[in-house]
Design a protein around this ligand. Structure first.
Ligand code: C2E
Ligand code: CA
Ligand code: CA
Length: 529
């Protein structure tokens, strides 16, 4: 029974192909017959005098048209099926045949005994991997999304092998649909729960993603006007689950969900609680000077050590925190905790290093920001010259006048400022001229292809030389290879940060890193080179 899903779809494909060929052959046969009769009728007037010959001629003509139309119909169906197959294959890491939602619904209708549109027995569940279209895609990339889809496909294909009871399909939005003919909710629910465990285990074994959440929504066919509606309701319930319940149980569709579906009430509570319980952990990524060939500083990067979901990357919670304003609390937390770490390391005999801390757009508009920055530095006894504030370029593009004031004030406090993600915004060069930043950080997207793309190399070279002419220190982020380092060195870049030298390290690992690597003491403003 295994791979029945595949077999049946392949079978359908063969049926369409056979029908197209048969009807085309019949059409050819009729065409020859029409041609023959027509010729005889026109050449031999005596032949034309028999009405039966005329009748045969017209019947064959009609049949020719009918067969041609049928051949085209099956050819069209074949093309449609091919297109659907092709587009779903591009969502998997390996060639995969899986029903598209329309084919899935067609087979569900047949299996469930739905009369016309209505009725039918059974239940449709929608499976979503949380963050696959968002956070996982952003953090781990499209290849990882395809790999996860393949794992999900393999797990479903291995489990739901009884073709007399189950069907499954895939929508291009990365949702899987599973139909079960029997409505004994319990049996199907426990199957789905075990399926989640399979998927989570297999994805974790790949070693890239530490935690994964599978979210289900479901709708029984009897609770919907049609199988299509049941499928939409199941998808909706799964989405509702991801926004509100975040439950590993299967959430059945109910109409009440419609009114609260976009409610984001629970996540803010989670984040505030996580701040209170110190679940956010700061990692430090070392920065390497190409002048002295020594490390001279680090960037603080936050991760959420979630009690049930493991270590979550910032893309899981920073965009949400920015939308809801919670980022201000989070940025304060990170600033305070990283200064605390720094002073602890110093008290344990480590040398001080320059620490870069990211501040988001919301945080910089917070009125008490400067007061907060200096009071915390004082509290932990960290000299201002060890602190660098990273501000994104998009901020500069929006409000240069405001940013000028802010950067100037930070400078007056003898802290440093850096313009982050340089090059991705649109008013880069303009803002650079006007704003007194100490450091310019070239965005990873340019570094990614400097080895292969001359244009990227030219841009990076131009950025570096412009920055230098303005007296600004330059650093590149996302440097991963030796060749990138040597190219950047030849362009007279000042410093690099990236996996080539070190990944972001947790506080414990970073302290060990400080012990084992020569660090250069930060210079006063303007003396970096
Ligand atoms: P960002 O400030 O541009 O940080 C650089 C990101 O690139 C970090 O991702 C870092 O881990 C990653 N990275 C560094 N070197 C390499 C490399 O060689 N290869 C690759 N592929 N990646 C590299 P991370 O930690 O996930 O942070 C993502 C973004 O989240 C940051 O981008 C920043 O915008 C935001 N973020 C992180 N921590 C904080 C924080 O404490 N506060 C605020 N407001 N935002 C933060
Ligand atoms: Ca940064
Ligand atoms: Ca960046």
């Amino acid at each position: 029974m295994k791979k029945d899903n595949q077999k049946s779809a392949a079978h359908l494909f063969r049926v369409y192909l056979t029908c197209a060929i048969v009807f085309l052959s019949l059409a050819v046969f009729c065409f020859i017959f029409v041609l023959l009769l027509g010729t005889l009728i026109f050449i031999h007037p005596s032949f034309a005098s028999y009405p039966v010959h005329w009748v045969s001629f017209y019947v064959s003509l009609v049949l020719l048209i009918v067969f041609l139309l049928l051949a085209f119909l099956f050819y069209w169906l074949l093309g449609k099926m091919r297109a659907e197959q092709a587009s779903s294959s591009s969502n998997f890491a390996k060639p995969t045949f899986i029903y598209s939602t329309s084919l899935f619904l067609k087979t569900v209708k047949r299996l469930s005994g739905a009369k016309g549109k209505r009725g039918g027995e059974g239940i449709i569940a929608c499976l979503n991997v949380k963050g696959l279209n968002g956070d996982i895609l952003n953090f781990y990339g499209a290849e990882e999304v395809k790999a996860i889809n393949s794992v999900v496909y393999d797990c479903i294909n291995a489990r739901f092998t009884d073709y007399s009871r189950y069907r499954f399909g895939f929508s291009l939005l990365n949702s899987f649909f599973i139909y079960s003919k029997s409505v004994d909710g319990e049996g199907f629910e426990s199957q789905l729960r075990e399926l989640s465990e399979d998927i989570v285990r297999r994805v974790a074994a790949r070693g890239k993603i530490p935690s994964l959440t599978i979210l289900y929504g479901a709708c029984a066919l009897k609770d919907a006007a049609s199988p299509e509606e049941a499928l939409n309701h199941a998808a909706f319930a799964s989405k509702y689950n991801s926004m509100n319940r975040f439950s590993s149980a299967i959430v059945n569709f109910s109409r009440d969900q419609m009114s609260v579906s976009s409610d984001e009430r629970e996540l803010p509570a989670d984040i505030l609680l996580a701040i209170k319980e110190e679940q956010f952990q700061i990692f430090y990524q070392p920065k390497f000077s190409l002048h002295t060939n020594r490390f001279y500083g680090a960037e603080a990067l936050v991760r959420w050590n979630h009690p049930t979901r493991g270590l979550l990357p910032p893309s899981f919670f920073i965009p949400f925190s920015e939308r809801t304003g919670l980022i201000v609390d989070l940025d304060h937390y990170i600033y305070e905790h990283s200064l605390r770490d720094l002073s602890k390391w110093e008290s344990e005999g480590e040398r001080m290093v320059k620490l870069s801390i990211n501040l988001s757009r919301r945080t910089v508009y917070d009125e008490g920001l400067l007061e907060f920055l200096s009071s915390q530095a004082e509290r932990y006894g960290v000299e201002h010259k060890y602190i660098e504030i990273e501000l994104t370029e998009s901020l500069a593009a929006r409000d240069t006048a405001f940013l000028f004031q802010l950067v100037s004030k930070i400078k007056e406090m003898r802290m440093q400022t850096s313009i982050d993600d340089f090059g991705v915004g649109y008013s880069s060069f303009n803002s650079l001229k006007k704003l007194p930043f100490d450091t310019l950080k070239i965005d990873k997207s340019f570094i990614d292809d400097i080895e292969v793309d001359k244009k990227s190399r030219d841009i990076v070279r131009a950025i570096i030389s412009l920055a230098h002419s303005l007296g600004i220190w330059t650093i590149a982020e996302g440097v991963e290879t030796e060749r990138q380092v040597s190219l950047l060195r030849s362009m007279e870049l000042d410093a690099v940060q990236g996996y080539y030298y070190s990944r972001p390290l947790n506080a414990f690992e970073f302290q060990r890193f400080l012990k084992n690597n020569p660090f250069e003491a930060p210079k006063e403003k303007g003396e970096q080179k």
